[in-house]
Design a protein around this ligand. Structure first.
Ligand code: NAD
Ligand code: UFG
Length: 332
């Protein structure tokens, strides 16, 4: 198939592109390199043996995007492009809605113009907000607590409405839990610019000595050791879920939301210890106050993904930490 991959130069998109190319798809990455670098294309090529096409377009530029679609005429779209920092979204909600919602609408319009009606969208577990119970099932109420989460919810809703109007639309909203890890070759991984927002990229920087200590945001949650519990998923497992979701769009029209997690929750302390084992380094940490807006626990019920896509996670915590550590070392 001819697949347009928005944000394909980013962390999750680049790993997914290696699998798409290896499966024989023709891949066009559409990315403005706002949060990635063009050398990722060489790395994808090294891993997959095929170079993806690239078009450096901003998804919010509707006319330019439509021109790319008229030229490429994709069979399907994987839509990763967007902004993803929760704190930044709280400070600058309009920019988040402009890019994440406005950019998505431009994209859907460009798809409609060329009769492309298959899409897999990068949604997030953040659409659930503070869950009533864990593990979380897909029909849990959606009550995101910040503009980033709202932007994901709105795009899911726009796809639902588009699906009401167009019975040929096949859309899958993949609700990612906490992606972590890197490509086993250490050629691809997550390399955030500036101070990392998320736990594990920060832990990796503490392990190398780039950061002095980790701040643990609260140890008084109602969890076994008091620190926050999350469902960490290997980025290669997540990438594999996209190919299964793409298969679903070929088999069936309709709009679906699917959790992509492992079903296993680990606390901040468990993650620190797992990374210590993988890296054989000390991870100094200090417990501080809770981070505003954080929740105690967020763990997926992944059974719908297995039922609908035949997908389940295969790579465990040790592997996530080992691959992330190899990648971190490759950056030196
Ligand atoms: P990333 O920042 O590494 O990748 C996003 C890519 O989109 C980057 O290459 C960036 O340059 C590109 N981009 C941003 N704005 C663009 C624009 N206007 N036009 C064209 N390209 C643009 O992020 P990621 O971690 O790979 O996340 C991919 C998607 O998954 C995002 O939509 C994110 O919200 C979602 N998601 C990520 C996580 C996570 O923890 N990483 C969790 C849940 C959902
Ligand atoms: N944490 C720390 N110290 C840090 C960073 C995080 O103790 O320096 C803790 C948090 O309090 C939380 C856990 O580590 O308990 C995980 O925090 P992350 O920031 O890594 O992940 P979140 O679950 O808070 O949020 C992430 C993404 C969101 C996404 C959500 C669900 O940042 O964008 O996962 O997919 F929506």
């Amino acid at each position: 198939m001819r697949i347009a991959v928005t944000g394909g130069a980013g962390y999750i998109g680049s790993h997914t592109c290696t699998l798409l190319l290896a499966a024989g798809h023709d891949v066009l990455i559409i990315d403005n390199f706002n949060n990635s670098k063009s050398d990722v294309l060489d790395r994808i090529e090294k891993v997959a043996g095929v170079r993806p096409r690239i078009n450096q377009t901003d998804i919010t530029q509707a006319d330019a995007l439509s021109a790319v679609f008229s030229d490429y005429r994709p069979d399907a779209v994987l839509h990763f492009a967007g902004l993803k920092a929760v704190g930044e979204a709280v400070e600058n909600p309009l920019e988040y809605y402009r890019v994440n919602v406005g950019g998505s609408v431009s994209l859907f319009q460009a798809m409609e113009n060329v009769g492309c009606n298959k899409i897999v969208f990068s949604s997030s577990a953040t659409v659930y907000g503070d869950p009533d119970q864990v593990p979380i099932v897909e029909n849990h109420p959606l009550r995101p607590t910040n503009p980033y989460g709202q932007s994901k919810r709105y795009v899911e809703k726009i796809l639902e409405d588009w699906g009401q109007a167009n019975s040929n639309l096949a859309a899958v909203n993949l609700r990612y839990f906490n992606p972590f890890g890197a490509h086993p070759t250490a050629l691809l991984g997550e390399n955030p610019q500036g101070i990392p927002n998320n736990l594990m990229p920060y832990v990796a920087q503490v392990a190398t000595g780039q950061a002095a200590e980790l701040l643990v945001f609260g140890d008084d949650y109602d969890t076994p050791d008091g620190t926050g519990v999350r469902d960490y998923i290997h980025v290669m497992d997540l990438a594999a879920a996209h190919l299964k979701a793409l298969d679903l769009t070929v088999r069936k029209a309709g709009v679906k939301a699917i959790n992509v997690g492992t079903g296993n929750g680990y606390s901040v302390m468990q993650m620190i210890n797992a990374f210590k084992r993988a890296s054989n380094r000390e991870i100094p940490y200090r417990v501080v106050d809770r981070r505003p807006g954080d929740i105690a626990e967020c763990v997926a019920d992944p059974s719908f993904a297995f039922e609908l896509l035949g997908w389940k996670s295969e790579l465990g915590l040790e592997r996530m930490c080992a691959d992330a550590w190899s990648y971190q070392n490759s950056l030196k």
